[in-house]
Design a protein around this ligand. Structure first.
Ligand SMILES: [Zn+2]
Length: 637
């Protein structure tokens, strides 16, 4: 996953109740031991009527194989790639159950809110379950022109089965004139109805579908029978006119990933990309596809590529790192069994580095831009006060809650995003240690070739432990990897890993010259970065996004959510703020801010005289530029 915005506190609460009751021996733990009644020969069928998707709802009708007597069907709770109990339970409505045409009474379990009980009458071999799926709260999954279908949101299945052995056959009724893209195999497509081949439940849920009025499919790469596709769906047709230069860089994704890993664990891969300002910015990984959602102009504006050009490469890399190789305790046999997220510092942390690396190697971003990007993320991690008490391992362990965290003071609480960003620093450090110790003969690429062997398997999962990772690294180059991860991940680390900067021939400085990566982010995200100067960032509507503890703004009493009304008597604008800041360098007079919050105004004096400050990496003379070597293309383009 890249980032997300799903809220399901109800699910989290139900989990707590479940755990307590299970511990007391009252409630059976979720398991995968039941005999699956939906087989390849007699699968559960699901028809999704999506003709109303543009109006914010769809109707799902299932036929679930059953046996007479008490029967429990469940709604997927722990969603792979979302790393939490995020199944959107509140989006289920108008639920009806019947058998042989007669309505059946259903009741929700009082403790496990994701479970529904019915009594199946004698003679019935299947129940029909029909419900309305609400699409746009808390996430936006559809607009009048497109929709994202995550199958886990539209289905129920038999409780306690192993999802590798439980079969599902899905069909889709499209809105008139809409196209679709998915990794599922189409068996027929006629009159707006599409039927897909029956597959194990895990494979169906692992194969989301995008559909829309305006769409374009581009073949990015092929070799023999293997293909990689880019399936784009936009709210406006002009957003599909991707410049040849940008598209050309995306065609390098597969060659660079094959060079990086030396293997492939998919047959045909679809990068499914929604381009819309209504649907949130995020990406979710799957074995043979990714569910990518980006702003409308993402593929036509190079600035978006500079600040977020790793969206598709991050999710693509997950096909190897996350889907094929996966932490043992994050790997479960159905969606009701809780996932443990402690090893996300490998799954997501290493992937943050690899997704970025692939975007630079492919040419989606220029390799020469990486040092300034690194300066920005290093500074972000270094200046978070929350790191003084919060080790990375607690951020990953608490990920299901932290992904949902909203609101103020993210730098004090720390966020789920931190184990991505700090993970990049951590794994760049690992890469630079391997390169230094082997005099450039080996690198993290060497580790990844071992990590993802054999050369080809198709979409299966091979699990790992922390010890497996350390063992494999020791095969590449002997080093105290256990102590290294202990220091940087498992204990409080007051600074992010820093060896990689010097080792790669660079050092961090702060100057008045804007950092181009931060500048692009300011422009595209409508924010004003003053984190190293006054100690705040300003978002849309002049509101402070966060205030750095101990900074001049903090000392003056500023807080997130306050709106900056004026600066030294003038209405706030970024240029006014910059003018006043430069003046104060000479006058050494405090700056007067009028701020407002909840209808209350305050005048605050901020004593800051250091002028504009931005992070940069500069070369250490006489050293090898390891970053240039790492980010240079590795495949023949
Ligand atoms: Zn991810």
């Amino acid at each position: 996953m890249k980032s997300k915005s799903i809220c399901s506190m109800l699910a989290v609460a139900s989990l707590g109740l479940c755990a307590a009751a299970s511990a007391a021996g009252l409630i059976p733990e979720p398991n995968a031991n039941a005999v699956p009644l939906a087989t390849k020969a007699n699968p559960e069928t699901l028809v999704l009527d999506a003709r109303t998707a543009g109006r914010g709802f769809m109707t799902s009708t299932m036929s679930i194989p059953v046996e007479p007597g008490p029967f429990t069907f469940v709604y997927p709770e722990w969603i792979p790639g979302e790393h939490g109990p995020t199944g959107p339970l509140a989006d289920i409505s108008q639920l009806k159950v019947s058998a042989n045409g007669h309505p059946l009474t259903w009741r929700r379990d009082k403790v496990d809110l994701y479970a529904f009980h019915v009594d199946v009458p004698q003679g019935a071999t299947a129940i029909t379950v029909r419900f309305t799926v609400l699409l746009n709260s808390p996430d936006v999954m559809s607009t009048p022109n497109l929709a994202v279908v995550n199958w886990n949101r539209v289905l129920f299945y038999q409780n306690d089965i192993n999802y590798h052995n439980y079969y599902l056959k899905v069909s889709l009724i499209l809105p008139p004139g809409w196209g679709y893209g998915t990794a599922l195999t189409t068996t027929s497509h006629a009159g707006g109805r599409v039927d897909f081949a029956e597959e194990p439940l895990t494979y169906v849920v692992d194969s989301p579908l995008d559909m829309g009025r305006y769409y374009k499919q581009v073949l990015l790469w092929h070799e023999g029978t293997a293909h990689q596709w880019l399936d784009m769906f936009a709210d406006a047709p002009q957003d599909l006119d991707v410049p040849a230069k940008i598209l050309g860089a995306y065609k390098n994704m597969t060659p660079e990933a094959l060079a990086l890993y030396g293997s492939r664990h998919w047959y045909n891969y679809h990068s499914l990309l929604v381009l819309s300002n209504k649907v949130g910015f995020q990406g979710i990984e799957h074995h043979q596809s990714s569910d990518d959602r980006a702003p409308a102009s993402f593929m036509v504006n190079p600035k978006w590529q500079l600040i977020a050009g790793d969206l598709l490469t991050h999710e693509f890399s997950h096909s190897w790192n996350g889907k094929y190789r996966r932490p043992w305790d994050l790997t479960t046999d159905n969606y009701q069994i809780p996932q443990r997220t402690d090893l996300l510092w490998v799954y997501e942390g290493m992937n943050q580095y690899l997704g970025d690396l692939l975007s630079f190697r492919a040419g989606i971003r220029k390799p020469s831009e990486y040092p300034q990007y690194l300066a920005a993320i290093y500074t972000q991690m270094k200046t978070e006060p929350g790191r003084d008490t919060e080790p990375l391992i607690d951020l990953t362990t608490a990920a299901p809650f932290l992904y949902e965290a909203r609101g103020e003071y993210p730098s004090i609480r720390r966020t789920a995003g931190d184990f991505y960003t700090e993970g990049e620093l951590l794994w760049l450090d690992v890469d630079s240690i391997i390169r230094e110790k082997t005099h450039g003969k080996k690198s993290l690429d060497t580790f990844l070739h071992l990590y993802s062997e054999p050369k080809f398997t198709g979409p299966i999962t091979k699990t790992y432990t922390r010890a497996d990772i350390e063992h494999l690294l020791n095969e590449v180059v002997p080093y105290n990897w256990h102590g290294f991860f202990q220091r940087h991940v498992y204990e409080v680390a007051k600074l992010p890993p820093s060896g990689e900067l010097k080792r790669s021939g660079w050092r961090l400085v702060y100057t008045a010259k804007p950092n181009p990566f931060i500048q692009a982010r300011e422009q595209m995200m409508h924010m004003n970065y003053q984190w190293l100067s006054y100690g705040f960032n300003i978002g849309r509507n002049r509101a402070l996004l966060d205030v750095r503890e101990g900074s001049p703004a903090w000392n003056a009493g500023m807080a997130p959510g306050m709106k900056i009304e004026s600066v030294d008597g003038q209405s706030y604008s970024p240029s006014v703020l910059k003018y006043v800041m430069v003046q104060a360098e000479h006058t050494h007079a405090p700056t007067t801010f009028i701020v407002s919050k909840d209808g209350w105004f305050q005048t605050l004096e901020v004593s800051y005289f250091g002028g504009p400050r931005y992070p940069h990496l500069v070369r250490i003379p006489g050293t090898v530029n390891m970053l240039a070597k790492i980010m240079a293309p590795h495949a023949k383009h």
